[in-house]
Design a protein around this ligand. Structure first.
Ligand code: 13P
Ligand code: SF4
Length: 354
């Protein structure tokens, strides 16, 4: 549905009033009505870099989810204020690893005698607490666009990796991109004593995968891939690495949201694509490329939007921008300074990856 013209006008006016004081970042999974007002769009890696690249902007309005706004706060200067237009925009995957659970896991690894040779690698989709744990223990952050480089770096520092919190990104990168076997990976379940693993299993593993996943991408199945190949002969299947291993193994191309966009931009006219990622992005791409004769379909029609990404809508954005234009900072995301210092260490290791 087209956006309410009154809200569009108000967003424009508030942004014009704020001028260079405000910088609006939009993740690729945001609604069209929000993306329209983003100064830059990107995947989570690009947005982290872009947030850090505008030290002159007093306010960073982050249209995305909570962990992204936290990372922006960590990477920007102390004077800059980061605003998340709806505080309920969290991420169910990030919530699957709490600081207490991860501290307990480290005790389990210590008990098994492997903590000393284990390097934590945490996906961007994690709370600042988890990023701080990672920094404190010599590890790095990664995103879906640099996970392989992060793992290569980690295996230069130690013998094992504790990968948090997305088991799928960890497994897919290790097995699909780096040639490890499924047997090199064990799954640590934070809801079971000792993670459900024996000390022997921990000692034998190269990758200790945290049992977290994305509730959106987890719903694409091998059947979705087989069905679309049957329905659309010659279709290219392109999925995000948060999808399950059997889906990624059956796909033709795998990568971050930014990679998905670049791949479709470079695709020849007449090509057909089934995309396994969030629906706002897939719809936008289908519309954008329809005129160029590229057929783009959603990999599985039963999969839905990311409900937390969708919480940022035009009314929330207007409210945030108008408040800032009136000199009132609302929904500020501010990470505790000690947590921020250790998180920054881990984020900077990522930014310095070759
Ligand atoms: P990227 O934008 O890094 O591909 O990650 C997608 C995602 O799931 C963010 O929640
Ligand atoms: Fe989190 Fe998945 Fe939504 Fe990304 S798509 S914000 S990983 S729940």
């Amino acid at each position: 549905a087209p956006s309410d013209p009154d809200l569009v006008e108000r967003a424009r006016a508030a942004k014009a009033k704020l001028g260079d004081k405000v910088f609006v970042l939009g993740h690729h999974y945001q609604r069209d009505e929000v993306i329209e007002f983003a100064d830059v769009t990107g995947d989570s890696f690009k947005l982290a870099r872009d947030a850090a690249a505008r030290p002159d902007a007093e306010y960073i309005v982050f249209c995305g989810v909570h962990f992204m706004a936290e990372s922006a706060d960590i990477l920007t200067t102390a004077d800059q204020q980061v605003v998340l237009p709806d505080l309920a925009a969290g991420c169910s995957m990030a919530d699957m690893a709490t600081a207490e659970q991860v501290a307990e896991c480290w005790d389990v690894l210590t008990e098994a005698g492997v903590a000393g040779v284990t390097v934590p690698v945490s996906y961007m989709n994690s709370s600042a607490d988890i990023k701080a744990f990672t920094g404190k223990h010599g590890g790095t952050i990664c995103t879906s666009s640099n996970a392989e480089r992060a793992l290569n770096w980690a295996f230069e520092q130690g013998e094992k990796v504790l990968f948090l919190p997305d088991q799928h990104l960890g497994r897919n990168t290790a097995v699909r991109d780096m040639g490890m076997s499924l047997d090199d990976c064990v799954l640590y379940n934070p809801h079971k004593p000792n993670g459900g693993l024996t000390a022997e299993e921990l000692r034998g593993a190269k990758m200790i995968l945290w049992r977290g996943h994305c509730s959106v991408h987890g719903r694409f199945s091998l059947d979705s891939v087989n069905d679309v190949r049957e329905r659309i002969p010659g279709v290219n299947v392109l999925v995000h690495p948060e999808c399950r291993h059997e889906v990624v193994a059956a796909a033709d191309y795998v990568g971050s949201t930014e990679y998905i966009i670049k791949t479709l931009e470079a695709a020849p006219a007449g090509s057909k694509w089934a995309i396994g990622t969030e629906l706002n992005l897939v719809r936008r791409l289908a519309n954008r490329f329809a005129g160029e004769g590229k057929e783009i379909v959603f990999l599985d029609k039963t999969v839905c939007f990311c409900s937390t990404m969708n919480r940022i809508d035009l009314p929330h954005l207007v409210w945030a921008l108008e408040s800032l234009a009136d000199g009132k900072v609302v929904n500020r995301i501010e990470v505790d300074p000690e947590v921020a210092a250790f998180s920054k260490l881990a984020l900077e290791r990522m930014l310095a990856l070759p």
